[in-house]
Design a protein around this ligand. Structure first.
Ligand SMILES: *Cc1c(COP(=O)(O)O)cnc(C)c1O
Length: 408
């Protein structure tokens, strides 16, 4: 028996800059008492991000969900939008709030991103856009999707919530769609406590997005459209700006952790890693997804997830359930059987990865997984049999799920 961790290990843990350094910077805010509404720190942050992404076509928001929702509104997207069911629920919510019908299409089996071949089959006269997700920071098949969008006159929108810092062929992922949304939520590899950003191709959209996030104000006496309140504040921008300064180092630490997991687990029968990303992709190791193959692993994904909890390790089953299976979207008709997405959602497990996770702890998580794998009772026939108490009942509520600290 390996001892459980004394302190819980969660799937992620937000990075925080040194407290003294942050407090030093706070003095600036106290001095000028400008807390929100495009203050000096937000403006500086915009300049830093413009430089980082090599574009002026960016707009900051108080979170990624509102950024995406307003992006769709700003682009006048309507009718039907082709999207993926294998994502965080906010992707679909952003469509809902714009009265757009989501059309769920299957993902491809290697990297779990929208399958371009299935996209083409799902087009109807009402389709106006594709909303794809660089899930786990794995880039979508950007060239294939761009080709479909161009041939069918569709807008191509990326939920790049997981993909800050990802590059394809030396170019930032921020340059591949008509519109790209990044989330700066505390659980993402780059964060500003909460926050969001859009990058977009058409510089004409900038003004409209600025209106939409600030009540539609043109000036003190004129409101030109019914906007909402989605502005980033100075504290968020300060956090983001400090973390941007050390992002490369944080990504390097994630890379090392991902390497350890692969070294220690990729030969373990029943655990399958996604294939290494193509040569021209620069990853940030935002997540560490593995598939648990019940035919070779003695426990199901859910059993492993539960057993790890007994060791004080809280993995997540991102992205289970599929969006189309949530109560609020279950009524939507599905054309695509979503065969791959259903299989992946049933066997995927994301393991703990964050810059402060000690290498020794990564090894310990791996030791525990090795240990759990050995802890099965062989049946008389020699087949692997799990202890009945741990067999999962499909659809049963997951004990302890309500206690999870991190929900997105
Ligand atoms: C986190 C996330 C969002 C929402 O971002 P917030 O900043 O938390 O509002 C949207 N889409 C995906 C895929 C996400 O993971």
């Amino acid at each position: 028996m390996i001892k459980p961790f004394e302190e819980a290990i969660y799937v992620t843990r937000p990075y925080l800059p040194p407290l003294e350094a942050f407090c030093d910077e706070l003095k600036e805010i106290w001095k000028c008492r400008w807390l929100t509404n495009e203050g000096p720190i937000v403006r500086r942050f915009v300049r830093q991000l413009s430089h980082y992404f090599e574009t002026d076509n960016i707009c900051l928001f108080n979170n990624g969900t509102l950024a995406l929702q307003l992006a769709l509104q700003g682009m006048d997207i309507s009718g039907e939008v082709i999207t993926t069911p294998f994502t965080f629920v906010a992707t679909t919510h952003a469509l809902f709030w714009n009265k757009i019908r989501p059309v769920f299409v299957d993902i491809e089996p290697q990297y779990y991103t929208l399958d371009p071949e299935k996209v083409e089959a799902a087009l109807t006269p009402w389709t106006t856009a594709i909303l794809a997700v660089h899930v786990y920071g794995h880039p979508c098949r950007v060239h294939a999707l761009a080709d479909i969008a161009r041939r069918h006159h569709l807008k191509l929108i990326y939920d790049a919530a997981h993909a800050f810092g990802v590059k394809v062929g030396g170019r930032s992922i921020a340059h591949f769609g008509d519109m790209n949304m990044f989330s700066f939520h505390a659980t993402k590899p780059f964060h500003s406590i909460e926050g969001g950003m859009l990058t977009f191709r058409d510089s004409g959209l900038k003004k409209k997005l600025d209106y939409l996030k600030n009540f539609g104000f043109e000036n003190e006496v004129e409101v030109v459209m019914p906007g909402t309140n989605a502005k980033m504040n100075e504290f968020q921008a300060l956090m983001g700006s400090m973390i941007l300064g050390c992002l490369d180092e944080l990504i390097a630490r994630r890379r090392r952790i991902a390497e350890i997991y692969r070294e220690r687990l990729s030969d373990l029968p029943g655990i399958r890693f996604p294939p290494p990303l193509p040569e021209d992709v620069q990853s940030t190791h935002a997540y560490l997804p593995v598939e648990i193959d019940n035919r070779e692993f003695p426990w199901s994904r859910d059993e492993l997830y539960e057993q790890l909890k007994t060791y004080n390790i809280y993995t997540r089953r991102y992205f289970y359930p599929l969006i189309c299976d949530y109560t609020c979207y279950r009524h939507l008709a599905l054309q695509d059987p979503l065969t791959v997405a259903r299989r992946v959602a049933s066997c995927i497990l994301t393991l703990p990865i964050y810059p402060d996770l000690a290498e020794a702890d990564v090894h310990r998580v791996c030791d525990i997984i090795h240990h759990i794998r050995k802890e099965h009772r062989p049946s008389a026939s020699g087949a692997l049999v799990a202890s009945p108490a741990l067999l999962s009942r499909p659809g049963a509520p997951v004990p302890g799920a309500e206690k999870d600290l991190v929900t997105s």
